[in-house]
Design a protein around this ligand. Structure first.
Ligand SMILES: [Zn+2]
Ligand SMILES: [Zn+2]
Length: 243
C-alpha cells in the first residue's frame, strides 16, 4: 500500500527542512505521481508563510512543473482554523496563487477576533485539563468545522479533531455533503480507527497524507495500513493510495 499523491507536505517556506525542489526530487524517487506543497498559514507568528511569498512559491512550482514531466506539483497552504465561526487564515491575496486550500487546527495561531480569544482559544486549551469543559468545546468546535466546510473554500481538513475535539459524526456528514476530504495522518492521533469507522457511514472521501517536514518522511504512512485494516475501510474510499 502506498501513497500516490502526497497532498500535505511542508518545506523551508515554513518550518520544513527541505526545499520544494528537494521534496519534488524525493517524490519522484519514491514514485509519487503528484505532490502538494502545503506550508503553514500566515497566522503562525513564527513559521506561517508571509503573503508576499506565495507568488514566489507559485513561480518556483510552475518552473518545476516544466522541468519534471513525471510528477505533478501543486501549491496549497495548510491554513489555520482561527475562530468559532470557522474562520481560516487565508485571504484572496494567497488564494489566487494556490491550486486548493487545506485547513487544520494548530496551537500558537493568532485568533480571528478578540472575542475568539475568550470563546474559542482559551476554552480549547483549558478543556485539556478541565474535563467539564469538554462537552461545551466539542459542540463549539463542531459548529466551527461545519461552518468552515459549508463555505466550500477548502478541499481537505488536515488531522480532523486533533488538539480540537469534535463530533466526528456531524463533521463527516457535512464534509460528505460539501465534497470536503477528511485526512488520515500518520503523524497525528486523529482520525483514529474508531473515528474512521464513524465517518465512513457517510459518502465522504478520505486521503492519507504524510505531513512530511523533510524528505525522509515523504510518502511515509507509518502505522496507517494497520489502522485502515482495524477500521475495516474499503481502500477505494481513500482517494490517493494504491494497494
Ligand atoms: Zn497540521
Ligand atoms: Zn502539516
Amino acid at each position: 500500500m502506498k501513497i500516490t499523491h502526497d497532498m500535505h507536505t511542508h518545506t523551508t517556506w515554513s518550518h520544513g527542512k527541505n526545499s520544494i525542489e528537494e521534496m519534488v526530487q524525493q517524490g519522484r524517487k519514491i514514485g509519487l505521481k503528484a505532490i502538494t506543497i502545503s506550508d503553514h498559514g500566515r497566522s503562525h507568528p513564527f513559521f506561517g508563510v508571509r503573503k508576499k511569498n506565495f507568488a514566489k512559491m507559485r513561480a518556483e512550482i510552475d518552473a518545476l512543473n516544466k522541468k519534471y514531466d513525471d510528477i505533478e506539483i501543486y501549491l496549497s497552504v495548510e491554513s489555520n482554523i482561527i475562530g468559532a465561526n470557522g474562520d481560516i487564515d487565508i485571504g484572496e491575496e494567497e488564494r489566487i496563487y494556490c491550486d486548493w486550500i487545506l485547513a487544520g487546527y494548530h496551537y500558537g495561531y493568532i485568533p480571528a477576533t478578540i472575542e475568539d480569544i475568550f470563546r474559542f482559544s482559551i476554552p480549547n486549551y483549558a478543556a485539556r485539563v478541565l474535563p467539564f469543559l469538554r462537552k461545551y468545546v466539542i459542540e463549539m468546535n463542531t459548529r466551527s468545522y461545519i461552518k468552515m466546510i459549508e463555505r466550500r473554500e477548502i478541499k481537505l481538513i488536515t488531522h480532523p479533531g486533533d488538539k480540537m475535539p469534535i463530533d466526528i459524526d456531524a463533521v463527516a456528514k457535512a464534509a460528505a455533503e460539501n465534497g470536503v476530504i477528511l485526512e488520515i495522518n500518520p503523524r497525528h492521533d486523529h482520525l483514529s480507527a474508531e473515528e474512521i469507522k464513524i465517518a465512513m457511514k457517510y459518502e465522504v472521501d478520505f486521503a492519507v497524507n504524510s505531513d512530511a517536514h523533510n524528505i525522509h518522511a515523504l510518502g511515509d504512512m507509518r502505522a496507517v495500513p494497520e489502522m485502515l485494516e482495524k477500521a475495516n475501510i474499503p481502500l477505494d474510499r481513500i482517494i490517493n493510495i494504491e494497494a
